[in-house]
Write a protein that binds this ligand. Structure first.
Ligand SMILES: [Zn+2]
Length: 306
């Protein structure tokens, strides 16, 4: 059997000193494993220390991120609240526009149509903590509601503006002033005809005024008739008829001069001629009629402003 021992000789370079170590293989291998074990232990504990440090670092970073996200969520909530307030303001504005549009205000039930029902949009199985999830859902629902309300309020506003415009156009085209100021010598309705002395329906207003006084269009419209030629002591003499749309027509009789011609567009207050006594007339006055769809109406009912 071979000798399983090895000899290690140590020489010092400074002197002639030398030492000898005699080691058995068992000791050598044992030492090697001991050293290897120590190295493993050192590496292992280093990794553990580093991992702990890394985890702590991650936790701190996440905590900071978490706090930052909570702050931002809170800010978003404030913005959502402000938006809600602004939409409510737009709703009130529409209510006011509704007055001008002669539109009843939209009731709150109608405004709630399509609002809500956002629970389905909640994130299921969310990893968020319960309180954050609740707040997030609340803000989400708030923003969705606001967005829908905003759509509704926008379409409502555009409809109201169109209605106001239509109403303005229709008001512009509705007789609303005296064509000339003066004494009313014959009112609308039944009267005794000055020529035949018989009872007759007077289809308009007779307003006495000096010859040459301007006669104004009582609403916007288009001249559909402007007759300069006339027979004395017959009919309304020089006549102008204006079509205002919506079935409204006004007639101006016994004019002295005519300033407009057929097809011409006129505005309210625009002079269309002057007071005269042409036709079947006993003195300078304006004969003024208001017709709607062919029916004579009382012109006094169409005086809103001077
Ligand atoms: Zn008359």
């Amino acid at each position: 059997m071979r000798d399983k021992r090895i000899k290690l000789i140590y020489f010092s370079l400074q002197g002639s000193e030398s030492r000898e170590f005699i080691l058995s293989w068992k000791v050598l291998i044992g030492s090697f494993f001991l050293l290897f074990g120590l190295v493993l232990l050192l590496v292992g504990s280093s990794i553990s220390v580093f991992t702990d440090y890394y985890h702590n670092f991650r936790i701190e970073t996440l905590a900071e991120t978490n706090a930052g996200l909570r702050t931002q969520l809170h800010e978003l909530g404030k913005v959502a609240n402000e938006l809600q307030v602004r939409v409510a303001h737009f709703e009130r504005e529409n209510d006011e526009l509704g007055i001008f549009a002669d539109h009843p205000p939209m009731d709150s039930d109608t405004r709630q149509v399509g609002v809500g029902g956002s629970a389905s949009a909640e994130i299921k199985d969310s990893l968020l903590p319960h309180d954050l999830q609740r707040v997030t859902n609340e803000y989400r629902s708030m923003l969705e509601t606001t967005s829908r309300k905003l759509n509704l309020v926008e379409s409502e506003k555009s409809a109201l503006l169109t209605a106001i415009e239509d109403r303005q156009i229709s008001l512009d085209h509705q007789p609303s002033i005296f064509p000339v100021t003066g004494r009313i010598t014959d009112d609308f309705g039944y009267r005794i005809d000055p020529f035949t002395k018989s009872k007759k329906h007077h289809k308009g207003l007779d307003i006495a005024q000096k010859r040459g006084t301007p006669v104004k269009a009582t609403a916007a419209g288009t001249v559909v008739y402007a007759k300069s030629k006339y027979k004395q002591n017959s009919g309304f003499g020089r006549v102008v008829k204006i079509d205002h749309g919506n079935g409204f027509i006004t007639i101006f009789g016994h004019l002295d001069e005519i300033y407009v011609k057929k097809g011409q567009k006129v505005e309210r207050h625009q002079a269309i001629g002057t007071v005269g006594s042409t036709g079947r007339s006993t003195g300078p006055h304006l004969h003024y009629e208001v017709k709607k769809r062919g029916v004579n109406l009382n012109p006094n009912d169409f005086i809103i402003a001077e």
